[in-house]
Design a protein around this ligand. Sequence first.
Ligand SMILES: *Cc1c(COP(=O)(O)O)cnc(C)c1O
Length: 360
Amino acid sequence: MARVCNFSAGPSMLPLEVLKKAQEEMLDYEGCGQSVTEMSHRSKEFDKIIKDAEKLFREIMNVPDNYKVLFLQGGASAQFSAIPLNFMNKNNKADYIVTGVWAKKAWQEAQKYGAARKVASSEDKIFSYIPKLTKDDFDPEADYVYMCMNNTIYGTKYPYIPDTGDVPLIADVSSCFLSEPLDVTKFAMVYGGAQKNIAPAGLVVAIIREDMLGNAMPITPVMMDYKVQADADSLYNTPPCYTMYMCKLVLEWIKSMGGLEGIKANNEKKAKILYDFLDNSKMFKNTVNPEDRSLMNVTFVTGNDELDAKCVKEAKENGLINLKGHRSIGGLRASIYNAMPVEGVEKLVSFLADFEKKNS
Ligand SMILES: *Cc1c(COP(=O)(O)O)cnc(C)c1O
């Protein structure tokens, strides 16, 4: 079996141990004579899966008791609508920090439901940095402040958590979920799609402070009402059962890696190998503001589109796949999520060094 090193931004690699466990249990889950793919979401077996997943999530992320952990559908993109529908409920306005395409989409969607103000943007420099904001930059009357913690396409991450005073802070953490410890108490809601760091596609995990719930706009579709989902323990309708099971397996794997501290150490090690190479290369450059560098998505360019394309193509021939940068910025991007082993990054660096030697 020759498995490739997959640097895709999402859906992305899953830990080999997790895939093997899922394979083992595919036909007969814990002696119940059926696969989780076939199981009723109201069965006692599935009830244990969802409860275990929530318990592990709370334990690993240190989620306080006054927060709900919800398993939702529709991807992160569905939350772009659900967030204003649920939370633009006092003054009908919110502040958005636009640090990339995903934050911009969330901001544009929110404009349908109320006054969504762009507090700051880094679009002037192709989203290559994170604006530095202080409490005075935010409208104290805003119903919430919205941010995207890790900008998947550009390879930036907030080096700080903005101080928004009493205004609830909401963060999209899709591409950095469970990649390092996060102080949940600083947020009213953190959420993300599972397909980057947690599970196959089809699942969103949202952690929401309880006092935020229960004031959705009357027009809110029932599936998007977080209170409805919370009251139903994420089983208002049929959830993506198999993806939730995979999520549980990944959480068990994270625990076995020493929790988020262990995962963080591993992620820092991988990122350092790659950034150190880029900083010393004469051919490849990372163009992001150094202090805002992402641990998860590493973007780089040669400055020559043809050479970029050649590099992506030859990497693929060497089992290093999906290194093409997002179509909006080009260049190359290596997404090195939790499941990417250190050896995968080492292979990439040795390939890039070789490519540089042959092409300069
Ligand atoms: C991938 C991604 C999204 C979009 O996720 P979908 O689940 O496809 O809607 C949103 N935000 C961030 C930060 C992402 O990385």
